[in-house]
Ligand binder design. Structure first.
Ligand code: TRP
Length: 445
């Protein structure tokens, strides 16, 4: 795994942040965040999401960076090397399983974006009425064979990138293409905000009705913050190994979280006003982005060209995230089973193709994988990571790693208290509270 030691490649701060942000920014921000927010009541969910990101997700992200950089190993080796022969060095394996589950539905959605790129190029969405736009999505999502073809294209593309080594592609995409995507999101946002009836969408997003907060929505906000930051399964541990000792980990973590949040927020600001303006239910589920955006493109100058570039960039954003997940699986086969990179990539791609096919054919399975990975597996993985770090590295070990660049970590006391007590307790409470509410027992809400 020598080639994985990428300190030489991500030696600049911008490079390291761009790479981690490339993993974080993806469908989670633009596809998942708006639809989960829409299903959970809008502004109140946004508030819970922000709190969960600051108090829970950022400390977990930082801890993953600490473990990764300390061991300088990708996830499957990192936990193992710090705690050999302890049962919880199996975090790496949980991460690999989780990557499988996420990739199975993630590639289906990435396939949808590819399909929408082609549809924009051929003008298939041009001038359609609101109903016809809805119908266009239904006809895609309900034809498993079509989903399957697009999904296979996505898997082959990501396998191709991974088989050649990820670094260069990811850095290029994050530094050049993602800023372009941000720019387009802003353009689309402006148009969406100026549609007739957009104000209601802004209100939905910005004026919280706290009575809408339920144990379930807190649970979903937690899961979404983990999914969006790619934490809880070791992807960011791997990226931590790529960050040079000279850099300030704390500021890297904040920068990644900031970029990730801004993109998610802008995505919601682009979608909600349009949804309200076009009479689309914001709680209409995973198709939300695909049934709203074409309406904006139809109402904008050069709409089809913008639509094409937009979906293409979204596809690339999905690809950089998908690659970061695939890399976890490939690294596992290479490290633990001594596969060559090529063989590891082919085997992983085939396995993901099989799981993905199940998701393309069954909406129930798709939903189950989506919810289970984000809301159950990632928080549990994060719980392990957060218990693991202070026990295995100790307070001093963590502090030394955070201050390895030669500066002081001013917030260390707060960070440590969060990691040691607040985060694990919060995850357990949110979990138990949600399960109780499913069973009809109310503890907090
Ligand atoms: N964060 C990515 C997104 O928002 C998805 C992703 C990539 C991910 N790697 C991950 C999610 C690891 C969870 C864990 O699209």
């Amino acid at each position: 795994m020598k080639e994985e030691k990428a300190n030489d490649l991500f030696s600049t701060k911008v490079g390291a942040i761009a790479a981690a942000a490339g993993s974080a920014v993806g469908l989670g921000n633009i596809w998942r965040f708006p639809y989960v927010l829409g299903e959970n009541g809008g502004a109140a969910f946004l508030v819970v999401y922000i709190i969960s990101t600051i108090l829970i997700a950022i400390p977990v992200l930082l801890t993953e960076f600490v473990i990764g950089r300390k061991t300088n190993l990708p996830v499957s080796g990192a936990y193992n090397s710090l705690a050999p022969n302890k049962w919880w060095n199996q975090i790496g394996i949980i991460g690999v399983l989780c990557a499988f589950i996420i990739l199975s539905f993630y590639n289906v959605v990435a396939g949808w974006t590819m399909c929408y790129t082609v549809r924009s190029a051929t003008g298939a969405l041009q001038g359609l009425s609101e109903d016809a736009i809805q119908q266009a999505f239904v006809s895609l999502s309900e034809s498993p064979w079509e989903c399957l073809i697009w999904m296979v294209v996505t898997i082959v593309a990501s396998a191709f990138i991974v088989s050649r080594g990820v670094k260069r592609g990811i850095e290029w995409s994050s530094r050049i293409l993602m800023p372009l995507l941000l720019l387009l999101i802003i353009v689309v946002c402006v148009r969406s905000l100026t549609l007739d009836g957009a104000l209601q969408g802004v209100q939905f997003l910005l004026s919280p009705d706290f009575s809408k907060i339920t144990p379930q929505s807190i649970f979903e906000a937690l899961g979404q913050s983990f999914f969006s930051l790619s934490i809880g399964m070791g992807t960011m541990t791997t990226y931590g190994a790529y960050i040079s000792k000279k850099q300030n980990l704390t500021s890297c973590a904040f920068s990644v979280a900031f970029v990730d949040f801004v993109i998610a927020f802008l995505a919601a600001l682009m979608i909600m006003p349009c949804a309200f303006a076009c009479g689309i239910n914001p709680g209409s589920g995973p198709g939300l982005v695909f049934v709203t955006l074409p309406n904006i493109f139809n109402a904008i100058m050069f709409g089809q060209a913008i639509s094409f570039v937009f979906f293409l960039l979204l596809f690339i954003a999905a690809l950089t995230s998908s690659v970061s997940l695939l890399e976890v699986i490939v690294a596992y086969f290479m490290n633990e089973h001594s596969f060559s990179r090529r063989k590891a990539t082919v085997v992983s791609a085939i396995l993901i193709g099989i799981f993905g096919t199940l998701c393309a054919f069954s909406k129930t399975l798709f939903g189950l994988f989506d919810n289970f990975s984000a809301n159950v597996m990632l928080p549990l993985g994060a719980l392990f990571i957060i218990l693991f770090a202070p026990i295995i590295l100790g307070r001093t070990g963590m502090r030394n790693e955070l201050e390895a660049h030669g500066g002081k970590c001013k917030l260390f006391g707060l960070y440590y208290a969060l990691v040691r007590y607040v985060v694990p307790i919060a995850i357990v409470i949110i979990f138990v509270n949600c399960i109780m509410s499913w069973m009809g027992v109310k503890i907090f809400a």
